[in-house]
Design a protein around this ligand. Structure first.
Ligand code: TXA
Ligand code: MG
Length: 317
């Protein structure tokens, strides 16, 4: 259904315990009523997601946070004030109203307000907080278009709202700001530099695979079906194999590659992030035996792009 006209019907599905895939500014989410343990259980089933990997709860408005969780630490409130709605997920204490399945039994909860009008309208119309992981099968590429959701989850979803390609293209940055110094648990669409500018020094813990506080930040994740490795354009073995190349700004010399995707000819990291998963979905569908991906500059959202590429490559080692 179109994201603008399908909202009332999709909200009714959420209230009835169903699953609705919807666009956010980052990636498409697979939503369920976060107050309903059975509805949340359907998310884990549809994604084949391990029960130890907690979900993010989405709110329509920052003003809804105190109503759900009560007072939050000043540093968390400052980040809410500065960055919501937006691609920043914050860790708070889990309120009684949220069943433990949503947080995989943790006494903390991840929460954000997406910066996408149709998502906020959907959540507001449903009248409940919406638990939503990315709308892909566990471990696979995140969906940045409704077509990716349909191809990956098919009949497991009751409604897919189509809002076109997502603006950021990469998941939210996850920050635990409850302690002395904020800790970045997952690099994402909100650059670390923006956080530092707003709240001072932060600790970045991107390689937090196996880290119990963020079990979803697994070393191997976000992977295409085709084996992927990091490498330069010159690294094409001349054995005639069909390989795909993911370039940052310059396409490699013609000939060596069966399929090529360029993230941003202008070298714009924000534009590159927006195209990342779409480009990987296309290379995955191109019938190549291997994808070679070039790293991007390790700055701004480029850090999150490199993080996703490393995790995709880790699946194949
Ligand atoms: O941009 C996004 O964040 C998208 C859109 C749909 O909002 N959602 C998303 O969800 O990326 P998902 O499930 O793919 O990733 C959620 C991450 C997981 O790595 C999980 O471990 C972490 O959030 N997480 C959830 N609750 C947590 C908690 N209480 N403490 C630490 N990490 C948590
Ligand atoms: Mg995900």
């Amino acid at each position: 259904m179109p994201a603008d006209t399908g909202i009332a019907e999709a909200a009714a599905v959420l209230r009835a315990g169903g699953l609705v895939a919807f666009p956010t500014e980052t990636v498409y989410g697979l939503g369920a009523n976060a107050l309903d343990a059975r509805a949340a259980a359907r998310i884990f089933e549809a994604k084949a997601r391990p029960s130890f990997d907690p979900l993010i709860t989405h709110l329509a408005d920052a003003a809804d946070l105190p109503a759900l969780v009560g007072a939050v630490p000043p540093a968390v409130a400052a980040l809410v004030e500065r960055f919501w709605p937006g691609p920043l997920t914050l860790i708070v204490d889990r309120p009684e109203a949220i069943p433990p399945i949503v947080t995989s039994g943790l006494d903390t909860m991840a929460v954000r307000v997406p910066d996408e009008p149709s998502a906020r309208a959907l959540i507001a119309a449903a009248g409940v907080p919406v638990a939503a992981p990315s709308a892909n099968r566990f471990g696979q590429l995140s969906p940045t278009r409704a077509e990716h959701v349909v191809a990956g989850l098919r009949d497991a979803v009751d409604v897919v709202l189509d809002g076109g390609p997502t603006r950021c293209g990469i998941e939210s940055t996850i920050v635990d700001a409850r302690g002395e110094r904020p800790v970045v648990l997952r690099l994402g669409a909100l650059p670390v530099e923006a956080l530092v500018e707003a709240v001072g020094p932060v600790t970045v813990r991107p390689g937090s695979s196996g880290q119990p506080v963020a079990p979803g930040t697994l070393a191997a994740h976000y992977a295409p079906r085709t084996p992927l490795r990091l490498g330069a354009a010159e690294s094409a073995p001349g054995d005639g194999g069909r390989r795909g190349f993911l370039a940052f700004r310059e396409p490699p010399a013609a000939g060596a590659w069966a399929a090529v995707e360029v993230l941003s000819a202008e070298g714009d990291l924000t534009a590159a992030a927006a195209r990342l998963f779409d480009a990987l979905h296309r290379l995955d569908a191109a019938g190549v035996t291997e994808i070679v991906a070039e790293s991007v500059p390790e700055v701004g959202v480029g850090r999150a792009i490199n993080d996703r590429l490393r995790r995709a490559a880790a699946t194949w080692h």
